[in-house]
Design a binder for this molecule. Structure first.
Ligand code: HEM
Ligand SMILES: *[C@@H]1O[C@H](CO)[C@@H](O)[C@H](O)[C@H]1NC(C)=O
Ligand SMILES: *[C@@H]1O[C@H](CO)[C@@H](O)[C@H](O)[C@H]1NC(C)=O
Ligand SMILES: *[C@@H]1O[C@H](CO)[C@@H](O)[C@H](O)[C@H]1NC(C)=O
Ligand SMILES: *[C@@H]1O[C@H](CO)[C@@H](O)[C@H](O)[C@H]1NC(C)=O
Length: 259
């Protein structure tokens, strides 16, 4: 419990949630992606809590435990139920769904599309209007899982209307939240105009201890982030942007090597 002493919000969160749901461990597991060599701290939700499982990972600038980072490299490994219920998943960078920057991802048309979201209540989150930016490093999709490695710039502090919040990496511990849904988003081609149903494949908050996330190679790794996948929001525009050579695309028939 000593880690929780650093963050009163984590104490409150754990107290609030431990009585009603089983929390996953906040102790990170180091994971190195074989294609990029990026090492993450990862936190995994078991298949008993969320069908197919869920993993979020984070790599941080080398000084993130002493100076609050404004960005990170993220890893999302999420599950699809079947070929029509391909799902969506997300991470809350403030722990709770509300008043936090939400990063949402879903597979569509061979790409993983993403959307920053924000909400003050427990309903369909709005499009986030702050300056966060997501650039993809790799994206891998097969029939059961989709995995995205991405650089998330200006993601650890957020402002929406007159409200702002932040995640402090120098605390050594972050309040994070996960959510996962069986149904895919409606109107999926346009990430800023999707419709979502409640995340019926689970959600929870967890206090994530940072151990291996800061890395001296962080700056080098950010150079791998070159793909902006925007989707298509009008009938006259087509598809997504080009894929650079650093991006990994694995088709449904190929076997992914992310675990
Ligand atoms: C139509 C869309 C959505 C609806 C109706 C919805 C509704 C809710 C509700 C009612 C809860 C509380 C459940 C409980 O306490 O048992 C909740 C929790 C949560 N939601 Fe959502 N949600 C939606 C979208 C999202 C999205 C897009 C994300 C993240 C990308 C997200 C992340 C979370 C997280 C992390 C929790 C657990 C922490 C908390 O209770 O604040 N939700 N959601
Ligand atoms: C930094 O990343 C490299 C390459 O993935 C890894 O070998 C090393 O263990 C990492 N350092 C720490 C402190 O985790
Ligand atoms: C996918 O799963 C949903 C929900 O269980 C089900 O209604 C649907 O028939 C399934 N579709 C396919 C193609 O298996
Ligand atoms: C937004 O989505 C709705 C359906 O949910 C659709 O009618 C509308 O054309 C979409 N707008 C854009 C710009 O994609
Ligand atoms: C799909 O990807 C997941 C996660 O990387 C992996 O565990 C699984 O074996 C893959 N399935 C197939 C059929 O390649």
């Amino acid at each position: 419990m000593r880690f929780f002493a650093h963050a009163s919000a984590a104490v409150a969160a754990v107290a609030l949630f431990s009585s009603t749901s089983i929390a996953q461990s906040g102790t990170p597991v180091a994971y190195t992606d074989p294609d990029t060599g990026i090492t993450f701290d990862t936190w995994t939700v078991s298949e008993t809590l969320s069908e197919g499982g869920y993993t979020f990972g984070m790599a941080l600038p080398s000084d993130a435990l002493t100076t609050d980072a404004t960005e990170f490299i993220g890893y999302l490994l999420c599950s699809s139920h079947n070929s029509t219920f391909t799902g969506w998943c997300g991470v809350s960078l403030g722990g709770f769904m509300t008043d936090s920057l939400l990063v949402l991802a879903y597979p569509y048309g061979g790409d993983i599309l993403t959307s920053f979201r924000y909400t003050t209540g427990y309903y369909m989150p709005d499009v986030y209007t702050g300056d966060a930016e997501l650039t993809q490093i790799s994206s891998t999709i097969n029939s059961t899982h989709y995995a995205l490695i991405f650089r998330c710039s200006n993601c650890l502090q957020w402002t929406q209307d007159s409200a702002s919040g932040s995640a402090s990496t120098s605390a050594g511990l972050l309040d994070l939240g996960w959510a996962q849904s069986f149904p895919a988003p409606g109107n999926p081609s346009c990430p800023s105009n999707i419709s979502l149903l409640y995340h019926d494949n689970g959600h929870n908050i967890f206090a994530a201890t940072l151990e291996n996330a800061p890395n001296a190679s962080y700056t080098d790794w950010t150079a791998l982030a070159q793909t902006t996948v925007t989707g298509s929001c009008s009938t006259t525009t087509t598809a997504t942007t080009a894929t650079p050579t650093s991006s990994v695309r694995v088709s449904a028939s190929a076997s992914a090597t992310l675990k």
